[in-house]
Ligand binder design. Sequence first.
Ligand code: HEM
Ligand code: HEM
Length: 539
Amino acid sequence: YPNGKVREACSSMMPRHEHSPQPSPEHTISVNETKFRPGDHIKVNLSGPVFEGFFIQARNAENLAGPAVGSFMLAEERISQLLTCGLCRHATVVEKYKIFWVKIPGPVISQPNAPPLTTPTSITPETLPTSQPVFHLTKSFNASGCGSTKFCIRNPAKCDPGAAYCFFLSFKQNNHSVLIEMSGPSEGYIAFALSHDQWMGDDDAYLCINEDHRINVNTAYLSGRIPPVLDSENGLEDISWRVADGLVQCSFRRNLRLPAYKGRFNLDANYYIFLADGEASEGGLIHKHHRQPLITNGMYNVTDSPKDVGGSRSPLLLKLHASLMFVAWMTTVSIGVIVARFFKPVWPHSLFGKEIWFQVHRMLMLTTVLLTSIAFVLPFIYRGGWSEWAGFHPYLGCTVMALAIFQPLMAGFRPPPHAPRRQVFNWVHWSTGTTARILAVVTMFLGMDLPALNLPDPWDTYTMIGFVAWHVGIDILLEIHSYCLIRKVEVIDEDRIQILQSLTSAEAEGHTFKEIVLTIYICGNIAFLITFLAAIHQL
Ligand code: HEM
Ligand code: HEM
């Protein structure tokens, strides 16, 4: 596959290109060491004529047919990627789609006095020149005990901590100390923080930072939405870590209370817990998280009763933004327009000095503008500025907002009903309103897939298409009905006597039909609205 996710080929290493591999290899694999100890890094070099793709594994030299062993780290993220099979050392090289070599053997490297490969020890000491002894984890964490013996946070919910996409954090209490395990997909850092609220700032953070393929475990006090200053001393014990197959893993122990260290919160209290990940550069400098950090749905005491919880990566203000926009541009605006277009003859009676249809239309349209205005400011409040990475959505959104303000202003200064310029107003009012609605639908389509509020795909797109079809269908039905009603009146017109009776009865029938259709339309519309609001609520 062009995306390189060729997990099916893990064991055969055979590209499914429907051609046979080339016989004699032209590419070579070399390594910079022939002996290693656990935790060592071996530089692997693949060289030869120009090629389009490669797939490399390490295997046990005594069991070449067995599974891949060990793990890789990328030398250059932009040109290669990791694939979870296991360890490595046979290469498959693709020069062109049809020309490839399979299982080019590389050199054998060995571990002196190695224990048998089938019984991996879970922790092996690594002799690093650091003040603290650091241990090297050799297995991924596991979720057994989550909710019974330890407190876990997993994202996505219930994911397996060994999986390439799983963010995992667990707390296991043992007398006065707590063992903390954290793992997640990242080429840079992963971090969690304890917080009294749902905002970044005034939080106690723990970071595992990948610095040149070694993990540094640090603490920091998050003073605001700015890069944290890492503490020089942190009171953490039993630090161990591993970087493998795109996952950063670290585990450490800390006391329930650390009064000697400023900025460390007591673990026996309730907190919102955050999970964040992002890039790290030379010198352990961390960059802002690309994706929205996870926030637990409630406050938890991790030392209280073990739980297995998830959280949300969608901020409340953005959820409100989307919800209010859906109410405005799916429901109130649609009903308001149908009423103005088809219900003038149905509800001509006066209510508080104006016709009913007009009162209803004006009320629904002003509600739309009001909801849009409130919803409009929420992302600005949340981001504290312009949404830089949100594509066309904010630009279209601003256009919709501008049209939504212009429309009632213009309506306020409309010429009287029979003035000559009234036709111009009618036309501009119709086209501005229609443009706003069409742009709003496009804006909603784009908004639903923004990373900060990603509704399930492709469900969201299909449901939105369903809504548009429902709306347009009802619109066409009412158009056809109006057209037929006019035809009926024209035909009756030829016989003067019949007019008075039949016209009124035909009209009355027509009105009942329209009212029934409107009722059905509103029910369907609200069903779509509720579906979207429920989906947002679950994010
Ligand atoms: C270089 C480091 C960091 C920078 C510059 C940074 C900056 C920001 C900014 C500007 C926001 C506001 C939303 C946005 O504009 O995207 C935010 C949100 C957030 N950050 Fe960070 N952050 C950093 C690291 C961290 C870390 C290490 C954590 C905790 C583990 C964290 C947790 C959060 C959470 C939970 C939110 C969402 C709640 C809120 O909006 O306040 N951040 N961050
Ligand atoms: C017609 C309706 C809508 C309008 C006029 C609108 C308008 C806007 C505007 C102007 C912004 C940018 C604000 C800023 O730069 O800080 C924005 C951001 C956003 N909108 Fe909408 N929006 C609409 C509907 C929706 C819907 C239906 C959703 C989701 C289901 C949505 C999701 C978002 C998100 C997640 C952001 C924040 C992007 C980010 O900073 O990560 N919007 N919207």
